[in-house]
Design a protein around this ligand. Structure first.
Ligand code: NAD
Length: 519
């Protein structure tokens, strides 16, 4: 009997005793850098003719690890190994599969600061953001372990038919290809992998290249729990090469993807093609981008709203799919709120998160991303009024640091108000009234998260009905969903309408089988 699920408590690293734990873990992790890691196919390590390296975005010359880069033949091998392993893993009872997750959760909890340290170094997360990421990973393991047991046998849901004994079982799909992004480099891969595995599928895992080391530490933890060979295959490599090949493989049964809209749409289209020898229709579970907004009306607590806008826009440098990259503020309080957000932005500490918990914003993930964000800042300067920031912050080590950047009086249909920038850039939009604010809120092609700050109950109720986002928050920031508490996922071009960390999520990795036996 398992105790009820509860989200993992977050440690406060401003406390000296917790800071000492984190500092010690960073030192330990630094002594283990510089290794080369293989692919793992069918439980065996494989090298490859080409390699790639991951670096520290605060100090780009610092190589953290090297990885074998899978070629297309190795991609095929991994899918075929997963197919063989599926023949037995699918019949392992859900309760037994769940125990691998629970053991992994216990171990990750014991090594929490170590996992945080990898993210501080490889993803440029602040200490608090890294803590939230690892805690969420633990939550996914604990939550999906419980859900798998609950969902396995749903026979009790059927209408009884006298003279028949009825069964309704959720059975796994087959081989799943799990493709992940770099921005929640522990939580997202842990959640997507554990969901697929605990549902009885076998997995080929292609992590984001930029954060392959964290992904490696996480799969290593699964291997340490004794997960059978072939059940979880680790295949880092180029998405457009090996990723694309495995999407097309006839033995791939489903693709679970989190990443950009562009790649998600491409996978959706490719997955719809039936390859020779393929016996099923592939399922695509896609979580994509966002252009999320915080709406503020004239009845709101304006200080809370300004704080909420700031944290939603600039937490982890704005590199969250849930980031509140638009602030939609009604005209009568627009000046007050934007001025306050600018004041608060001036107090943000930008720097190398390795230095301590006082660093609130680290670097953006890489040079390419920095260039893309700077290009958008250029566009924003034409489209609106630069109120704060807009520059690259030069450091001796050449880190990818950007100022938190705020544009004011941005038209609702401007590019910086419609396109996902995925960096620390906030567009403040003036709405004539609450009606206009809601309309603007719904005006993008996405529908992931949104927040409304208002004290007017009827307006909140209207937003509850009309603001079309998967995760809607009232009088709080639009980031920071907890597993099991705020099931997470968006509408429209934000994805396939699923909810990670929700009671129905695992059903996407399963298919129901109905059995009737005449008595
Ligand atoms: P990305 O789309 O560039 O890459 C995601 C993954 O897809 C990587 O592993 C990449 O190697 C792989 N890939 C690229 N091309 C491929 C192809 N042709 N075939 C198969 N795989 C391919 O995204 P990213 O930059 O890593 O992540 C940022 C994006 O992710 C943002 O748009 C963000 O909003 C989104 N995101 C969404 C959610 C959500 O829950 N909705 C969560 C986190 C991130």
């Amino acid at each position: 009997m398992l105790p009820d699920y509860r989200p993992e408590p977050l440690l406060d690293y401003t406390k000296p005793e917790n800071a000492a734990l984190m500092r010690a873990a960073l030192d330990r992790v630094k002594s283990q850098l510089g290794q080369t890691h293989p692919l793992i196919i069918d439980g065996q390590p494989h090298t490859s003719s080409s390699q790639f390296a991951t670096i520290n975005p605060s100090r780009p010359a610092e190589v953290l690890a090297r990885f074998a880069q899978a070629d297309v033949e190795q991609g095929d091998m991994a899918v075929e190994a997963a197919w063989r392993a599926f023949q037995t893993w699918q019949h392992v009872p859900a309760s037994e599969r769940a125990r691998y997750l629970l053991r992994a959760a216990a171990e990750m909890r014991r090594r929490k600061q170590e996992f945080n340290a990898y993210m501080i170094l490889e993803a440029g997360k602040s200490w608090a953001e890294a803590e939230a990421d690892t805690s969420e990973a633990i939550d996914f393991l604990e939550y999906y372990a419980r859900q798998a047991v609950r969902l396995a046998d749903q026979s009790h849901l059927l209408t009884q038919n006298p003279g028949e004994q009825l069964g309704y079982y959720q059975i796994p799909l087959g081989v799943g290809l799990v493709i992940t992004p770099w921005n929640f480099p522990n939580a997202i891969p842990t959640g997507m992998l554990s969901a697929a595995l605990v549902s009885g599928n076998t997995v080929v895992f292609k992590p984001a290249e930029l954060t392959a080391l964290i992904a490696w530490k996480m799969v290593e933890l699964f291997y340490q729990q004794g997960i059978p060979p072939g059940v979880l295959n680790f295949v880092p490599g180029r998405g457009s090469v090996v990723g694309a090949r495995m999407v097309a493989h006839p033995l791939t049964r489903f693709i679970s993807f989190t990443g950009s809209k562009e790649v998600g749409l491409w996978i959706y289209e490719q997955a719809a093609k039936v390859a020779p020898g393929q016996k099923w229709l592939k399922r695509s579970i896609l979580e994509m981008g966002g252009k999320d907004a915080v709406i503020v009306d004239e009845t709101a607590n304006l200080e809370d709203a300004a704080q909420g806008i700031l944290v939603s826009a600039f937490g982890f440098q704005g590199q969250k799919c849930s980031a509140g990259s638009r602030a939609i503020i009604v005209d009568s309080v627009y000046e007050h709120v934007t001025n306050r957000v600018v004041e608060l932005a001036k107090q943000i500490t930008v720097g190398d998160p390795d230095e301590g918990s006082h660093v609130w914003m680290g670097p953006v993930i890489d040079q390419r991303s920095m260039k893309g964000i700077m290009d958008y800042i250029e566009v924003g300067t034409q489209e609106g009024k630069l109120l704060f920031g807009g520059h690259h912050i030069e450091t001796p080590a050449g880190g990818y640091f950007l100022e938190p950047t705020i544009f004011g009086d941005v038209p609702w249909d401007a590019r910086v108000a419609q396109e996902e920038i995925f960096g620390p850039v906030l567009a403040c939009i003036r709405a004539s009234d609450y009606d206009d604010a809601l309309r603007i809120g719904n005006s993008t092609e996405y529908g992931l998260t949104g927040a409304v700050y208002s004290r007017d109950r009827s307006r909140l109720e209207r937003a509850r009905r009309e603001y079309h986002v998967g995760n809607l928050y009232f009088n709080r920031k639009c980031t920071g969903a907890f597993v099991g508490v705020h099931p997470f996922g968006g509408f429209n071009m934000s994805g396939t309408d699923s909810k990670a960390g929700g009671p129905d999520y695992l059903l996407q990795f399963m298919q129901p089988k109905s059995v009737a036996e005449k008595l």
